[in-house]
Every structure is written in structure tokens, then in C-alpha cells.
Design a protein. Structure first.
Length: 162
């Protein structure tokens, strides 16, 4: 099995909150702002205040395994789990999702560091690989079991120190 993973952490300060529209404007350390729409799953939105610091951790892992001929199962499997803060607490949430599917290698471009994959519904997508040495592990026609895992944790950690 081979693949790649990445971890991103960031902090932003709440610059504005529009409860009616469920919009929160976040400002990063460089002064850039972005408006995000907060889903109804976030029950404690009124607890967020201008000046609060929002900490986000995002993890993504993509793995692949070359399957033996005839081993592929055309099914797509997906799972997700979510947890949110209790009523009255500062908003926080953690969610993890995992998607597994089989794709067929249609083309490999080692110079560009890409592979063309044909998905279970017949769609083809060119994917840039993070580890070019992984291109030596596959051949045109191989079937790959690909698993994508995403996790995110968001927490309002208190008033900004600025």
C-alpha cells in the first residue's frame, strides 16, 4: 500500500457574525478575510463573538493498493462520523469521512508526475501524485483500491490575543 498524507492547521479571528444568515467572517494573521456559511448542524452559533479565535486542524490521507487481476470489487464504500459541542459550550466540531473505490489506471505521465484514473462510474480524472516514485508501482490497466480519509476539527478557543 502506498499514498500520501497532509496535515494543515490554521487560526483565524472572528471579524463578524451574522446569525440570521449563519455567516461568520474570519480574518487570518495576514489580514485576509473570508466569509463562511455555518451549517445548521452547528447548534451553538450564538456563542461565537467578534474577537474569538477559531482553530482548525485538517488532515487528509490518500492511499492506494494495486489489486490482483479479478480481485476488484466495483462497490464504493463511504463512512462518516461527526461530533459537536454540547449546548451552551463554545462551538466545536470534529468530523471524519472515508471513501473507498476502485479505479483503473488509463495513462501514466512520469515527466508530468500524473496518472489518469478511470473511476467506477466511467469518469476519467488526471491526478498529480505527491510522491512521483509511486508511479513506478503501477502500470496502465492496473486496478487500484483507493481510500481517501478526511478529518477536520474546529474549535473556538477563546478571545483573540490581538
Amino acid at each position: 500500500m502506498a499514498g500520501s498524507e497532509s496535515l494543515i492547521t490554521l487560526s483565524a479571528t472572528v471579524a463578524a457574525v451574522n446569525l440570521e444568515k449563519r455567516e461568520v467572517t474570519l480574518m487570518d494573521a495576514q489580514g485576509d478575510s473570508q466569509v463562511i456559511i455555518v451549517s445548521d448542524e452547528v447548534k451553538n452559533l450564538p456563542q461565537i463573538a467578534v474577537g474569538d479565535r477559531l482553530d482548525v486542524t485538517y488532515y487528509e490521507s490518500v492511499t492506494f493498493e494495486v489489486l490482483a487481476p479479478g480481485e476488484a470489487n466495483a462497490n464504493v464504500a463511504a463512512a462518516a462520523v461527526m461530533d459537536t459541542a454540547q449546548p451552551g459550550e463554545k462551538p466545536a466540531a470534529a468530523a471524519t469521512s472515508e471513501l473507498s473505490f476502485v479505479a483503473t489506471v488509463e495513462a501514466i505521465d512520469k515527466a508530468a508526475g500524473t496518472v489518469d484514473l478511470k473511476g467506477p462510474e466511467g469518469n476519467t480524472r488526471t491526478v498529480r501524485v505527491n510522491n512521483p516514485e509511486n508511479l513506478d508501482k503501477v502500470a496502465v490497466g492496473d486496478e487500484l483500491l483507493i481510500t481517501v480519509t478526511n478529518s477536520i476539527a474546529v474549535e473556538v478557543s477563546g478571545a483573540s490575543e490581538n
